[in-house]
Structure formats: C-alpha cells, structure tokens
Design a protein around this ligand. Structure first.
Ligand SMILES: *[C@@H]1O[C@H](CO)[C@@H](O)[C@H](O)[C@H]1NC(C)=O
Length: 236
C-alpha cells in the first residue's frame, strides 16, 4: 500500500512534466521542406542549454560530464583514468544534421574543443619509449569531430533509439601528466614532450575507450529526452 502510494506520488511528480518541451527549444514542423536545416538550427540554438542538464526531465549535464573510471588495456600500454571529467561540450558546433523520417535514420555531425581531466595510473610504452606514472592528467583535444548515425523508431508516441554508430577524429591532442616516473623531472619532461609530438599514436591507443564513453553519455541523455518529450512535441 505504502509502495503504491509512493509510486503514485512519484508518477504525479514525473508525469506533470511529461510532454513538456523545455521553453528553450523551438520545434520544427515535420512538414518543413527544409527540415534538416531547421533541426540543425534548433540543435545549434538549444545545444548549449541542453548540456547544462534538465533536472525536471531527469537529464544529466553533459558539461561537465563525469566518466568515472576509464580503462585502456593494450598490449603495450596499461592506463587507468579515474574521476574522469570532460568539459567543453557546451561549446559544440553543429556541422550538419540529416534526418530521413521514412527510414527512421538520422545523422548528427558536430565539433567541440574538449578537455579531459582525471587521475591516472600508467605503465607501458609509446613506440619504443617507456612511460610510467601515477598522478593528475589533462588532455586538451582541439576540434574533436563526432559523427553519430542513429536509427529511431516511434513507440507509444515517443522516439526510441535502438542502435547507433559513431565515428570521431580530432585535429590535435595535448597532454599534461604530473608525477611521471615518480617525479623524475628530466625524464618526465622528455617523455611528456615526446608524447605531445606523437599525440596521434597515443590517441590511437587510448581514444577508443574514452570517446566510446563520452558518446554513450551523450546518447543516453538524448534517449532520456526522447522518453520525456513526445515525438509530436519535438516535431509537430
Ligand atoms: C577550437 O579551438 C580552435 C583554436 O583554439 C578554434 O580555431 C576552433 O574554432 C575551436 N572549435 C570549436 C568547435 O569551437
């Protein structure tokens, strides 16, 4: 009985917001002949606010986004990031948006400058150079370009996203690691410089697990958003 009452109270709190498009979003009409351009503009205009999170709809912030622990487990390099936080997504720029209503497919292409900060523990080598340490790390990524191709369906008046594919690339990454080699300054400086000169090789090793998590956090929030706001309100 108590449980049911609880659920009822919870539902009336949650349901009061259901079907409410946040006021910072001005929806496009699905019969707009320039639907792609219209949605592209809506995402550009509302995106930064969306990344702050929408507590009434249970949408968590995407800037900063907490990734928790990220493991990189390659034959040549073991690396663990913990308390990982990524900032910068709010400044994203939409490159393009394409939707095919009949096929239930859409593609979002965007670029952002992001910074990852985490505690790190690392042991292994990059190319032929050993690298080892335990401290704070910062990775600045310039023009991280993410393309998400997703499928969507409509169920009970809401969009669902049964699957998606992602692709990413970047212009540059810069690393800062404190306490490399237990604080051996000279060795640390040389290694950090070497790492920054060879950023592409390092990012090839470590980018996978990091970006998979960033992208899945973004997709999760969009799914929650689709759960909260009916498709007909998002695209009347
Ligand atoms: C990222 O930063 C670079 C230079 O620091 C700038 O040229 C570029 O426009 C920025 N990208 C975005 C998406 O803001």
């Amino acid at each position: 009985m108590k449980v049911q009452l609880c659920l009822l109270v919870l539902c009336s709190a949650a349901c009061a917001f259901a079907g409410k498009l946040p006021s910072f979003i001005t929806p496009c009409s699905r019969s707009d002949p320039q639907l792609n351009t219209c949605i592209e503009k809506v995402i550009s205009a509302a995106g930064a606010k969306f990344t702050e999170g929408i507590p009434e709809l249970n949408i968590a912030p995407l800037d900063p986004v907490q990734l928790g622990t990220v493991f990189v487990d390659n034959p040549s390099l073991k690396l663990t990031f913990s308390d990982t936080v990524v900032t910068g997504l709010r400044g994203f720029r939409v490159n393009s948006y394409k939707i095919n209503m009949e096929k239930g497919k859409a593609t979002l292409d965007f670029t952002a400058n992001v910074t990852l900060k985490a505690h790190y523990v690392m042991d292994g080598q990059i190319l032929i150079l050993p690298i080892r340490g335990n401290g704070q790390s910062k990775i600045k990524i310039t023009n991280l370009n993410i393309v998400i191709k997703y499928d969507f369906d409509e169920k009970d008046g809401h969009w669902t996203v049964p699957s998606y594919k992602d692709h990413y690339k970047m212009d540059r990454a810069q690393f800062k690691f404190t306490n490399l080699f237990g604080g051996n300054k000279e060795l640390a400086q040389t290694t950090e410089r070497f790492a920054n000169e060879n950023w592409e090789i390092i990012m090839n090793e470590i980018a996978g697990p990091i970006f998979k998590q960033i992208i899945s956090k973004c997709v999760d929030q969009v799914k929650l958003f689709f759960d909260a706001v009916p498709a007909l309100e998002l695209l009347p």
